[in-house]
Design a protein around this ligand. Sequence first.
Ligand SMILES: Cc1cc2nc3c(=O)[nH]c(=O)nc-3n(C[C@H](O)[C@H](O)[C@H](O)COP(=O)(O)OP(=O)(O)OC[C@H]3O[C@@H](n4cnc5c(N)ncnc54)[C@H](O)[C@@H]3O)c2cc1C
Length: 379
Amino acid sequence: MDFRFTEEQELLRSSVADFVDKEVVPSAAQIDEEGRFPDQLFRKVGELGYFGIRYPEEYGGWPGDYVMFALMCEELARGSMTLAGSVAMQCLMGTDFVYRFGTEGQKRRLLVPAIRGEKIGVIAMTESDAGSDLGAIRTTASPDGEGYVLNGRKMWVTNASLADFFTVAAKTDPDAGFKGIDMFLVERETPGVSLGKGIAKMGVRGLGTAELILEDCRVPAENLFGSEGTGFRNLQGILGEIRIMMGSLSLGLGRAALDAAIKYAQERIQFGRPIVKFQAISHRLAEMATNLEAARLLVYRAAWLLDQGQRDMRLASMAKLFASEMANHVADNACRIFGSYGFAMEYDAQRYFRDARFLLLGGGTSEVLRGIIAHEMGL
Ligand SMILES: Cc1cc2nc3c(=O)[nH]c(=O)nc-3n(C[C@H](O)[C@H](O)[C@H](O)COP(=O)(O)OP(=O)(O)OC[C@H]3O[C@@H](n4cnc5c(N)ncnc54)[C@H](O)[C@@H]3O)c2cc1C
């Protein structure tokens, strides 16, 4: 067994870490406070070529592996979850369907500029009455001569307010359950596309989360990703990747919260000594570090297996479940170590605590993941 990262993987990690330390960490609190999308940093990520990990060179990408993608997500999340969430969305769910199922024209028009960070692609699956239960979506795509007409409302669409193109889940056969779900490309400028109210959130406040409204929105047949009836299966093709991605974002947040807590515990003096000298505090930190390390092993083992061509849904679900719960546990404990200052907006601890809640939702809630793991165990 070899648990070391390759030289290439380490190189990528240190280049992202350098960018995060110099440019992301200094503006993370302001991004959160103002609730604004970090457009300049997003574009810089494009200039640095990070959006192209795992995409072919002919579209502006470069041949990195999934472990590299996870390392990048971890490092970015250590700086700002808003930036990391936007970048991860763009690299995976926002562009994957265009790459795998789009026409050559769609790839040139949308994927290539998205890899450069000049266009934004996002995914829209959730609806007000259909979150964990994707089979309950009500958005429809009805065949109409040379294409489809989409009608429905999507909720919780990350960066909807900034997006240039959406991958939208809609039903081509409302009576066929999951088999009736298909994925469609919808460009922002298409007539019938509008945005509902933005959602004010407690965490990841810079993400432009909003409702997407589709009213008699007509798209050509080529905007159906794959053939009719394959949407849910094709989505499952990247579900494991999404879960490992959420796990790696959790690692970054856990690290940031742990580092902040250690620093504070070493500096804060009570009863004449640094609070880290109290066993209650040092043991709390030891437990946080142990949970973080255990999550790291799960996430990178799942990522490595993916690079070996093994899509292990059980392990990917375990990685997301354990790592996202770890991030929440570590952020909570960091706030406790900060005492009242963990409650003060002036310190970053509260931001980690708020942002960590986002990790419990996307890619499956903990309850749903436990169900999936149990199912994969044959229970
Ligand atoms: C910041 C943010 C960004 C998001 N971005 C996107 C996006 O870009 N695109 C998108 O499509 N969606 C997005 N989402 C939506 C997210 O994926 C859903 O919120 C998530 O799937 C949970 O759905 P829900 O909120 O409807 O909860 P529900 O599914 O209603 O769940 C409510 C509760 O019931 C539990 N529950 C549900 N089903 C079961 C079950 N079978 N067994 C046990 N317990 C169960 C859940 O665990 C939870 O505790 C985003 C959400 C947030 C908060």
